[in-house]
Ligand binder design. Structure first.
Ligand SMILES: Cc1cc2nc3c(=O)[nH]c(=O)nc-3n(C[C@H](O)[C@H](O)[C@H](O)COP(=O)(O)OP(=O)(O)OC[C@H]3O[C@@H](n4cnc5c(N)ncnc54)[C@H](O)[C@@H]3O)c2cc1C
Length: 322
């Protein structure tokens, strides 16, 4: 038996969530003696792929075929199932990313495997696998045990450590037997460049309705630039068209789990918290001392954002230059 990890890449570079997923699988491997087999789809060279061995992947199955690069979750499910049969896999690890969330449930049906999604820690037991996961929109944790022989796990970004566990690696260039037969074809993609990627940013600066208008985002952008942070917002902000929907975090938006989340003029509704509660440290700035956000914040500043944010920018600039 083996453990399959589905890795993700952008422009030939493996994403941080791939190393998290391989590290997670390595913990299962250490407790079950099953080898870790990583799957890579895309133009990733062997030097880059071999980085996965540093975290415990002893085999990498690499599919570098132009027609497989469109990220169709149904076709990827077939591909992973094909490789799973060849590698005799019974455990599958994904990141709880857009791709992971799209593929993992399909794969679990196909493989008749129990699905453990949004997992936040390494398993508490391995036979059967039992894990802690978020539920009720981040308002509670569950301990869930798999009853089926196979399991599909998606792990929340930034919730499990990347741990070095070097092993020898065999990289196999793989030609799928399954024909790529997606119902859609991506004709063109306008990729945003030069921006910190929100779901991977170690620091996120986020603004809410308290900022009154999209015209008032200059100071937040400056704060994000000084801190090399990603920029996010609450849902009403994107609903109003002040900021783009790709910045909206929460139950219906992106889920982020940075080391530091700075919420500015955000009241702390449960639907917002559901997308940010995995943050290691939350700092809130709100002029209402009774705003619910302060229940979730590790540090709080009661004050007017238009006064506090410029002072934060100034202090961080001084600190960086000192
Ligand atoms: C099904 C469903 C899904 C939803 N999904 C999401 C989601 O994914 N993400 C999300 O964010 N919301 C979501 N919502 C909406 C959510 O319920 C809240 O309405 C929303 O989060 C509130 O946004 P806010 O905190 O920016 O605004 P408000 O609740 O209006 O809070 C504004 C805050 O700014 C403070 N403030 C005002 N002026 C200043 C100032 N000058 N300086 C400092 N502070 C100031 C106020 O005291 C207040 O605390 C969802 C709702 C539903 C029903």
């Amino acid at each position: 038996m083996s453990i399959i990890v589905f890795t993700e890449n952008r422009n030939g570079k493996l994403k941080k969530n791939s190393f998290e997923a391989v590290s997670y699988a390595a913990v299962i491997s250490a407790n079950t003696s099953k080898p870790v087999v990583a799957i890579s789809v895309g133009n990733v060279d062997n030097d880059e792929l071999s980085k996965l061995a540093k975290y415990g992947a002893s085999k990498i199955v690499a599919v570098n075929d132009q027609k497989w690069l469109d990220h169709d979750s149904r076709e990827y499910t077939k591909l992973i199932a094909e490789i799973a049969e060849k590698e005799n896999a019974d455990t599958f690890v994904f990141s709880h990313s857009n791709m992971g969330k799209a593929i993992a449930p399909r794969l679990s049906v196909r493989m008749k495997a129990g699905l453990l999604s949004g997992v936040v820690a390494t398993p508490v037991s391995f036979n059967p696998i039992a894990v802690k996961r978020k539920t009720y929109n981040g308002g509670a944790f569950q301990l869930v045990t798999v009853k089926s022989a196979k399991s599909v796990i998606t792990i929340n970004p930034n919730s499990c450590s990347i741990v070095e566990k070097p092993v020898d690696v065999n990289i196999e260039a793989y030609t799928p037997q399954t024909a790529y037969n997606a119902g859609t074809k991506v004709q063109a993609a306008d990729v945003v460049t030069g921006k910190v990627i929100l779901t991977e940013a170690p620091i996120v600066v986020s603004g809410g309705r308290g900022l009154k208008s999209g015209d008032n985002w200059g100071q937040l952008e400056e704060l994000a630039t000084v801190l090399d942070a990603g920029l996010a917002c609450s849902r009403p902000v994107s609903d109003e068209g002040w900021r783009s929907h790709e910045e909206h975090v929460g139950q219906t938006g992106k889920i982020v789990a940075p080391d530091l989340y700075i919420a500015i003029g955000i009241s702390g509704a449960i639907q917002h918290i559901g997308g940010v509660s995995g943050s290691k440290v939350i700092v809130a700035v709100d002029k209402d001392k009774d705003a619910p956000i302060f229940k979730y914040a590790d540090y709080g500043i009661v004050g007017d954002a238009f006064d506090v944010v410029p002072r934060l920018v100034e202090s961080f600039k001084k600190f960086k230059n000192s």
